[in-house]
Design a protein around this ligand. Structure first.
Ligand code: SF4
Ligand code: SF4
Length: 420
């Protein structure tokens, strides 16, 4: 085979991606390596394979007739759980090898094996996943790998879930704060990466497909060596171009920038779709790349109690409209099932509406909270105060009387009067 017949595109520096395994030792609910991301539901990458051995990978790459001096990304799943990961990382020749790992790898072993062959990794990318590793452990490993001398450009990161409280448990939030503090104290630089778990502004749902023209010209190699142009086709094992161990019979692959038809638009992996490299062209000839995120799309799959939690976190963050949207959605979901929302949910809705100056709606929601069992003094005081501001003091008192003992109600009213 001469270079003119070589079937893999080589123009883009980060186009060749080797998925050494589709397994992972973590199970992040925001993992975008298969469709239908549901907050709170642990998920693994996309499947099982008869994985190529280290020798097969190394022989296939080192024997290629065209070896562009560009990046070869080793990823997964978690690539370091491939049984021959250290051999592969330390024996590839003629590439800028880049590693993506959750940092559970054995840094001492990587350092030893890279030094034994005299090779270095060109770059590496490590993301902190707070539900599965402590901040101390991650930062310790990160510093060890940064200072190992076997990776030229190590990079550390966290997914930016500020706009996506759906995916942040209390433990996540605590470890995130701890991570910021430990990284700062120990001098570890890190960046925050955009969450790419949306498809065209909607949740990544795998609900419907459309015909489109696409330019996704990745060279994605599955754990068994099969080659695909995009991550969805890789995961679905669809439209295979051939196998890296049999390059003579690989069909020519598209370059980024050349449009081809695809009937699977809608199932596209959001990471690659959102990477900014590819583009789509619709039936009217309009070329587009990506649209805005809409985190609320996720709420439709969540249980009402989890939605209420999201609403509460939005409220804590001062995002009042978002809080109201989430809390109302949770209430509506329950009502559609013939069930009542919790007292706290109504009260949270009332507080968020009051903060947004929607006094009557706030009062109605707070009184629903009291009727559902929230007799916290702050809630009662808020209802009384809103009753005064909307000139409904007597009506509000009448609603409260069956739920709050008269002497306690009088105490709260007296305290409010003193504070005016
Ligand atoms: S560590 Fe990465 S590959 Fe593994 S489950 Fe989490 S996001 Fe997915
Ligand atoms: S439209 Fe989506 S599924 Fe089809 S090739 Fe492009 S990225 Fe892949």
């Amino acid at each position: 085979m001469d270079s003119a017949q070589f079937p893999l595109p080589t123009a883009q520096p980060s186009q060749w991606v080797v998925y050494l395994t589709a397994r992972c030792n973590f199970a992040c609910d925001y993992c975008i390596q298969k469709g239908r991301i549901i907050p709170g539901q642990r998920r693994k990458p996309w499947g099982k394979y008869e994985e190529l051995t280290g020798e097969q990978w190394v022989r296939a790459f080192n024997d290629l007739p065209v070896r562009p001096d560009h990046t070869l990304i080793l990823t997964g799943g978690e690539p370091s759980i491939h049984k021959d990961f250290y051999y592969i990382a330390s024996h590839l020749e003629g590439y800028k090898v880049d590693l993506t790992s959750n940092l559970t790898l054995d840094v001492d072993r990587l350092t030893r094996e890279m030094n034994a062959t005299g090779r270095k990794l060109y770059s590496s990318f490590h993301t902190f996943h707070p539900d599965f590793i402590t901040a101390e452990d991650f930062v310790e490993k990160a510093i060890q790998i940064r200072d190992s001398g076997v990776i030229e450009n190590p990079l550390f990161s966290m997914v930016n879930l500020d706009e996506f409280p759906h995916f942040r448990s209390d433990q996540y939030n605590e470890r995130f704060m701890e991570f910021c503090e430990v990284a700062d104290r120990r001098g570890l630089q890190f960046q925050r990466n955009e969450f790419r778990g949306n498809h065209m502004g909607a949740a990544f749902a795998h609900e419907e497909t459309h015909n489109i023209e696409c330019t996704s010209g990745w060279v994605n190699m599955a754990p068994n060596g099969d080659i695909y142009n995009c991550q969805y086709h890789l995961e679905a094992r669809k439209n295979c171009f051939g196998n890296i161990t049999d390059i003579e019979n690989v069909k020519p692959m598209p370059e980024f920038g050349s449009f081809f038809s695809c009937s699977d638009f809608g199932y596209c992996d959001p990471c690659h779709e959102n990477s900014g490299r590819g583009a789509f062209r619709d039936a009217n000839g309009v070329v587009f790349r990506r649209t805005d995120h809409d985190p609320d799309q996720y709420l439709k799959w969540m249980e009402p109690s989890a939605i209420a939690e999201v609403g509460r976190r939005y409220l804590d963050q001062g995002q009042l409209e978002k809080a109201q949207g989430a809390l109302r959605m949770g209430i509506e979901k329950l009502e559609a099932r013939g069930e009542e929302a919790s007292a706290e949910t109504w009260s949270d809705l009332g507080i968020s509406l009051w903060a947004a100056d929607a006094k009557q709606d706030a009062l109605d929601a707070l009184l629903r909270g009291v009727q559902a069992g929230d007799t916290d003094s702050k809630t009662i005081a808020a209802a009384l105060e809103l009753g005064r501001e909307t000139e409904q003091t007597d009506d509000v008192r009448n609603v409260l009387i069956p739920f709050v003992p008269a002497d306690r109600l009088a105490q709260i009213e007296d305290a409010l009067t003193e504070s005016f």
